[in-house]
Design a protein around this ligand. Sequence first.
Ligand code: ZN
Ligand code: ZN
Ligand code: ZN
Length: 490
Amino acid sequence: MSFHDAHSSLQDGVHKLLSCPSPCAMQRYYEQLSTSGLGPGLQVRYIGGEMGKGVFAVKDFNEEEVVLQEPMLVGAQHSSNKVNAMVCSYCFRYVGSLELQLARRLLHQEGDSVGDEEGSEKDMDRDEDVGHYMDEEEERDMTSHMDEDNENCGCERSTKPKKALPPEALAALASGGLQLPHVEHFVLPPVVKCKGGCSEDIYCSDACAEAAWEAYHSLLCSGPLSLCKNIDALSSFKQFADETNDIFHIAAQVVAATILRAWKLENEKSGTVAISSSRGISEATMLKAWEPFAMGYKQLWWQTVALPADVEPSNEQEFRNQMKEIAAHSLSLLKQAIYKETFSPLFTLDVYGHIIGMFELNNLEIVVASPVEDYFLYINDLPPEAKAQAGLVTKVYLDALGDDYTAYCQGSAFFALQSCINHSCTPNAKAFKRDQDNDGQAVLLATRHIRRGEEITISYIDEDSSLEERKAALADYGFTCRCLRCLQES
Ligand SMILES: [Zn+2]
Ligand SMILES: [Zn+2]
Ligand SMILES: [Zn+2]
C-alpha cells in the first residue's frame, strides 16, 4: 500500500468510527441489549431531530418504582477520591473492612494535609451530585444533632477542626489488631487482587476481577501478566491522567475494550481461544467491537468543554489549544503503551478527542455512599449507654476525621442505556441510590406514575433553577430544552 493509500484508508476508518450509526443499526444494538436482560420495560427508539434517540416505557411504572438498573460499560473512580474510599475497580463497591477504610483515610490525612485540602475543595464542588443522597439541610440537621448529643455527654467535638490522632490509635487500626465495636453490621467483601499482578486495581469478587480483565484491564494492567508491552509508558499515561484529567483513564478503557472485544469476536469467528495480539483485524470486526461506544453522542472535547470561570473569553482559543495539546500528549503515551497497527484509526487524535468529548456529554457522576459514614451514624443512633460505650473506642477516629467522615466514593462512568435518556426540566425519573445500592450501578426511579408509551426523562441539571439558569446550564450539553415547562415559562 502506498503512503497515500494508507493515509486515505486511515481517514476512511476514522470517518466510519465517528459517523452516527444508522437508525437500523441502532435499533438492532438496543434490541440485543434488551434481549440480554438490560432495562426490561424499556425500549430505545430513534426519534430523529436534535435528540436522535430516546428511551420509552413499554409498561406502566408506579411512582418510586425502579425504571432502570444498569451496570457501567466503562468507568473509573476520580483519582483524587481514592484516598477517601477503597472500592472495587470494576463495580465501585467498598471492599476490605471498615477498619481498613478508616486507617487508609487517616493515614493519608496525617501524611498529606495540603493535598487533602485540595481534595475536600473538589468534594465540595461535587456536593450537588449527591443531592439525592443527602441534601444540605439534612446534613446540617445531622451535624447539629450530633453536636447536641455530644454536648449532652460532655464531649466538646466541634464541627470543623480535626483533632490529631494518637499514633497508637492509628497503628492499632492499620495493623488489623483493633476491631471496632458493632462493626459486624458493616461487613465488606474481602479484597480480591488483580489476576495480572498489579497492585493498583482491586476487586470485590473474582467475578469482578475476571470481568474487568476481560473487558479492558488485561491491556491496561501494569502487572507481570499484562498484555501491555510497555509498562513504563502505561505508568506515565496513568500518572499524566491523574495530574490533568481523569477522564483519560476511561478513554483508555474505551480503546482497550474495543481492541479486546475485536480480538474476542475474531476468535469466535475462527474458533480459537488464545489471544493473538499481533493478528490483523478486519475493519468490520473493529466497527462491531466499537458499537457500544458508537452509540454515544460525540463531540470533540477541546471544542466543547465548558470554559472554566477563571478563563477570560478573549483567551478561549488559547485554552482550547491547550486542552488539545493535553489530549495529544495523553494519546501519545497511550500509543507507546498499547498501540496496534491494525487498530490505527482508534489511535488518532480525532477519535480520541471524540471519546473524551463523549464523556463530557453522556457520562454520569457516580456516587456510592460510604459505609464509614453509615457506621458513625449507626453509633450515634445507639441507645445512650451503648453509644457511650462504643464512643470510648470510636471517638478518637471521629474527631480525627472531623467533618470529612461523610466523604463518599465518586467517579465517572458510561452507561449504554442511561446515556440515551433525554433531559426534561420536569422529568419522570431520577437517579437515586436506595439503601441496598452499594455499588456504581445506575439506578433510576420513577418520580411519578409513568404510562406505557411515555418517554423516560431525567434532569441533567438542577431543575429547581430559573429558565435562564437552566438554559445556560444546558448550553454546556449543546442543546436548547423544549420541554413543556420551558415552553410555558418562555
Ligand atoms: Zn466489584
Ligand atoms: Zn492489574
Ligand atoms: Zn426544559
